[in-house]
Design a protein around this ligand. Structure first.
Ligand code: CO
Length: 132
């Protein structure tokens, strides 16, 4: 069902400072930067092998990432798994009683279809499923 870890996402307080840190200290390269206005988030993808590290910055105080930072501080936000067939994966999870944040696939960053799994029915981990 799951192909690989597509990205690991970190919520950061200062996106530009975090990009500087990960490029200069860790030597990663920026592959993509995108403002997802309707989600209130700006995301930067740093290539790491054939996966990515994703840095998430909030676009304003009343956004989900800003609330996450207020509650939990900087750090791990979610892990994204790549799947071949997102609708079939969602059906399979629902049939097993897993609570979804997105019942249906929706358009995410980089034009991929995505859906989020609620952490409370997943032992505390927010999971994003991605179909390329
Ligand atoms: Co993500």
């Amino acid at each position: 069902m799951l192909n690989k870890i597509e990205h690991v996402a970190l919520a950061v307080a200062d996106l530009d400072a975090a990009v500087t840190h990960y490029t200069q200290v860790w030597g990663l390269e920026v592959a993509h930067r995108e403002l997802v206005a309707d989600q209130g988030v700006e995301e930067v993808m740093l290539r790491l092998g054939d996966s990515y590290l994703q840095l998430l910055g909030a676009t304003g105080p009343d956004t989900t990432v800003a609330k996450f930072l207020e509650r939990r501080g900087e750090g791990l936000h979610h892990i994204a798994y790549e799947v071949d067939d997102l609708p079939a994966t969602l059906d399979s999870l629902s049939a097993r009683g897993v609570e979804m944040i997105d019942e249906e696939p929706r358009l995410g960053g980089r034009g991929h279809m995505v859906a989020f799994v609620h952490p409370k029915s997943n032992h505390g981990l927010l999971v994003e499923l991605i179909q390329r």
